[in-house]
Design a protein around this ligand. Structure first.
Ligand code: PLA
Length: 409
């Protein structure tokens, strides 16, 4: 009898690749010298290379040269300095919620880990087990919240015909949500659509949500990447905190500090009163301890080093703005290239949308065609990472889009 056939795992079926990370797998297999990966949202330089910020290199050198640093376990909640500084970064330097000790912040494994810890906490301790997520949203959201035992529903967000916000649909769907439901909101630079509510619309969303006691859970994966300003990109979150109500916020340093693989992030829970906060924190520790015990030390130390040093912080904001500006330039270059070429269709959404992605409107057949004929890779919903584009590759992408919309229905 063959041993292979006896595997206790022989019933297991092969799972499909992840819709976003699987694009990189396909790209890696392609042998073409002109191949281009616009799938995953990872910043590239004009030369198409990954970027480690100068200020990050500097912080790492300081850390390495500091012999007083050791590799002991961090507390379950992570590096205390990092947590304080992260709360300040998202809620603002003068946030009353922070100074009144109403905010609990725990270091987590990047944005995904922060969402996961928040979701598990809510699944265990929050009375309403329903979460509303925008349609569409980042593909990992429904998975993270379902596994936490929450029932995932969606609210209308994007209108394909206007390529803008379906604001009426959003208000209707949140208006019909059961009281107390959790609502996932992208803090800025909505992924995948690049469409954000205006400040006035945010205000209306906030008022509706507070009136129905809907609990906001902000996903802030792109602070600084939308406008180039860390403060402007935190505006929506800060408005919700300023009204005295409660909310959760998941922060990621993957994009804005380029710390993708270091997995640095934070979950904050803003409570109404300072007496609740320590109890919430004690329960977060019970979520984290059996999951991964305590978070890694290196990435959080980099972030804390930069955030607490005025000079390095300033340097970071300059480098961050340069990344955001390059993305905006890519939008303009692609838009004008398509216009000059006379590519059928209205492409103005490329310059109107913000953040890392353009939601092109290309359909899955056209996406497939571009991978096959032009070796250009993107997610099947037609989302392209503008951060993966450069002046050198804009013409090739323009050719490909032109051919796709001209030849594939
Ligand atoms: N939230 C949103 C809205 C995101 O777009 C991403 C990353 C995350 C959270 C998680 O990021 P982190 O765990 O690395 O901090 N989205 C990427 C990568 C950039 C991915 O899918 O993992 C994307 O291409 O959509």
């Amino acid at each position: 009898m063959s041993i292979a056939n006896d595997s206790v795992f022989s019933h297991i079926v092969h799972a499909p690749e992840d819709p976003i990370l699987g694009v990189t797998v396909a790209y890696n297999k392609d042998q073409s010298p002109v191949k281009l990966n616009l799938g995953v949202g990872a910043y590239r330089t004009e030369e198409g290379k990954p970027l480690v910020l100068n200020v990050v290199r500097k912080a790492e050198r300081l850390l390495v040269d500091d012999n007083s640093r050791v590799k002991e376990y961090l507390p379950i909640t992570g590096l205390a300095d990092f947590n304080k500084l992260s709360a300040k970064l998202i809620f603002g330097a003068n946030s009353p919620a922070v100074s009144e000790n109403r905010v609990v912040t725990v270091q987590c494994l990047s944005g995904t880990g922060s969402l996961k810890v928040g979701a598990s906490f809510l699944g265990r301790h929050y009375h309403q087990k329903i979460i509303y997520i925008p349609l569409p949203t980042w593909g990992n959201h429904p998975k993270v919240f379902t596994i936490a035992g929450l029932s995932v529903k969606s609210y209308r967000y994007y209108n394909p015909s206007t390529r803008g916000l379906d604001f009426q649909g959003l208000l209707e769907d949140l208006g019909n949500a059961p009281n107390g439901s959790i609502v996932l909101l992208h803090a800025c630079a909505h992924n995948p659509t690049g469409v954000d509510p205006t400040p006035h619309q945010w205000d209306q969303i906030r008022q509706l949500m507070r009136a129905k006691a809907l609990l906001p859970f902000f996903d802030s994966a792109y602070q600084g990447f939308a406008s180039g300003s860390l403060d402007a990109d935190a505006d929506a979150v800060r408005k919700f905190v300023a009204d005295g109500g409660e909310c959760l916020a998941a922060q990621s340093y993957a994009k804005n500090m380029g710390l993708y693989g270091e997995r640095v992030g934070a979950l904050s829970i803003v409570c109404k009163s300072a007496d609740v906060a320590p109890r919430v924190e004690s329960q977060l520790k019970l979520v984290i301890r059996p999951m991964y015990s305590s978070p890694p030390i290196h990435g959080a130390s980099i972030v804390a080093t930069i955030l607490k040093n005025e000079e390095m912080y300033r340097e970071w904001t300059v480098e961050l703005k340069a990344m955001a500006d390059r993305i905006i330039r890519m939008r303009q270059q692609l838009f004008y290239a398509l216009k000059d070429k006379g590519t059928p269709g209205d492409w103005s959404h490329i310059v109107k949308q913000i953040g890392m992605f353009t939601f092109t409107g290309l359909n899955s057949k056209q996406v497939e065609f571009m991978a096959k004929e032009y070796h250009i890779y993107m997610t099947s919903d037609g989302r392209i990472s503008m951060a993966g584009l450069s002046s050198k590759t804009v013409p090739h992408l323009t050719e490909a889009i032109h051919a796709a919309v001209s030849n594939v229905a």
